[in-house]
Design a protein around this ligand. Structure first.
Ligand code: ADP
Ligand code: MG
Length: 251
């Protein structure tokens, strides 16, 4: 069996009994969560409910206090695990785009590839250009971030993540910092990725996206998963009072 076959029958992400405290503030209070291969899971919930902390634990930007996190079957809470190697399989996109202002778009895309993937200049540029095309920005390779709109910068950030050939993509409110008229282009790129079969965990307040693109919606509140299921059930017919109350405010 190839490495690919071995991975195929495992969830991409599996979180068991995850607790996370900052000092005496317990932010995650026992989370069980998974994302299947090729699945798009949207995580929703009020501000402060622990969504970002959960996402950040998945590639160990945060150290769990207790619990197990498996990425493609590999226990990333095990001190023996080569975290850098696991992280190269996980693309991350945040609210803030974090592009280098002094580098043009193509160089922004090439930098991480050259460092983490040890790709040569030419190969990195080629892969970068292909991913810029994919997000509709093939014509802006030479632009500097300040010359682009927020929506374009976020699409560059997505192209940067894709250039690392990740097995899965984690998005943390990728459109929350954008002017409303720029949100659609970013969501369209994410929808395209989903259609191509990318495994995705998306923290979002875009309920339309969650409903149409999500395979599953997870509602978090107060550091626990309150409810999860098909978008039409969780968003259309929530069972829990807390979910109903949240949705009445955002829908
Ligand atoms: P959400 O993304 O759902 O808004 P977060 O995961 O960002 O929620 O935050 C959940 C709680 O954890 C908040 O009360 C926040 O203040 C706290 N928190 C998050 N990160 C840190 C940190 N690095 N240090 C201390 N407290 C934190
Ligand atoms: Mg957050």
């Amino acid at each position: 069996m190839s490495e690919q076959d071995i991975r195929a029958d495992r969830p991409a992400i599996e979180v068991r009994g995850l607790h996370k405290s900052f000092g005496d503030n317990e932010v995650l209070k026992g989370i069980d969560f998974h994302v299947g291969q090729g699945e798009v899971v949207c995580v929703i919930g009020p501000s402060g409910s622990g969504k970002s902390t959960l996402l950040r634990c998945v590639n160990r930007l945060e150290e769990p206090t207790q619990g197990t996190i498996l990425v493609e079957g590999i226990d990333i809470t095990d001190p023996e695990t080569d975290l850098d190697k696991v992280r190269t399989r996980i693309g991350m996109v945040f609210q803030q785009f974090n592009l280098f202002p002094h580098l043009n778009v193509l160089d922004n895309l090439a930098l991480a590839q050259r460092r983490a993937k040890r790709r040569g200049k030419r190969e990195a540029a080629e892969i970068g250009r292909a991913n810029l095309e994919k997000v509709g920005l093939g014509h802006r390779a030479d632009a500097f971030p300040s010359q682009l709109s927020g929506g374009q910068q976020q699409r560059v950030a997505i192209a940067r993540a894709l250039s690392m050939n990740p097995d899965m993509m984690l998005f943390d409110e990728p459109t929350s910092a954008l002017d409303p008229e720029l949100v659609g282009d970013v969501l369209a790129v994410m929808r395209q990725l989903a259609d191509e079969g990318m495994t995705m965990m998306v923290v979002t307040h875009e309920m339309g996206f969650a409903r149409e693109v999500g395979d599953r919606v997870v509602f978090m509140d107060g550091g626990v998963v309150v409810e999860q299921g098909k978008p039409e059930d969780v968003l259309g017919n929530p069972r829990h009072e807390r979910t109903q109350s949240f949705l009445s405010k955002v829908l």
